[in-house]
Design a protein around this ligand. Sequence first.
Ligand SMILES: [Zn+2]
Ligand SMILES: [Zn+2]
Length: 300
Amino acid sequence: MTEETYRKLWKLKLEHLNLESYGFPRSHPDHPTRAVLGFSQRPRPQQEPRASESSGSEPEVLSGQSSRICTRCGVAFKLDKQSRPQRQICRYHPYQTTYKKKFRCCGRRENARESPCKTARQHVHSYFPPEALENFRPTRNNASQAKRIYALKCAHVYTEKGTEVASVSLVDAFCSVVYETKVRPESKILDCDTEISGLRRRDLENVQKKLQDVIEDLNALIGPKTILVGFRLQRDLTSLRMIHENVVEITVLYPHKWAPRRTNSLYFLRRTFLSWENIQAPLKSREEAITAMKLALHRL
Ligand SMILES: [Zn+2]
Ligand SMILES: [Zn+2]
């Protein structure tokens, strides 16, 4: 990575106001370690990122106690007394529709009467309790002053608490891995969301690393001058309780052509702009981090 690459990429980062409107975690004016997620409080610009795949939705900050909306199928379901989702069959499409209004997973039409292609043992949610916005850390206070470019990607799984980080990959501008780990979710895994996360239960069985350890490790690598590249990075930064200023967001660099409120999938962008470049990686979070980095450099 040359100084010039860094300088060019710096020009593509989101402005402060956009960080707010795209839902990136921002410091609360009176409580620096409390985050404010802009998307629910402020008017949004036209090209606001939206879920392109089933598990990609922004965390819902709701106050409901006894029921949730399933992130995959949209059905409301009840929680038991321990706030765990009750068992109830969930039928869903793992991927969204293409511009031809056919689901990318199975090719069925959007309005077809056939039931969705995938059946799971239970519904899942991405509920994000308001108290989860505490204990955020602004990277501006971190020690590392190096001018670095990293792409960051997390993979999430569904647990009894909602969604939790299960793997994290950080790659540099040469697409070499700088940091990578699987993460042990705090609560019981309900569904690994394998189509999206690339992870199966057995991949996480002996993992000891906890999210808090990962957050410490990442804060040692990422400082106030680091440029972070990502695809729907606001979600990953929220999961990692990180407030970062210098963000290059792929969904903003490559807006959807016909529907400004939708986002292109990483799959589509890779096919269109990287000519289906074969990116092989043991973890999907690494594959996606590399894809995001290549897409950002492609724009220079
Ligand atoms: Zn399907
Ligand atoms: Zn469901």
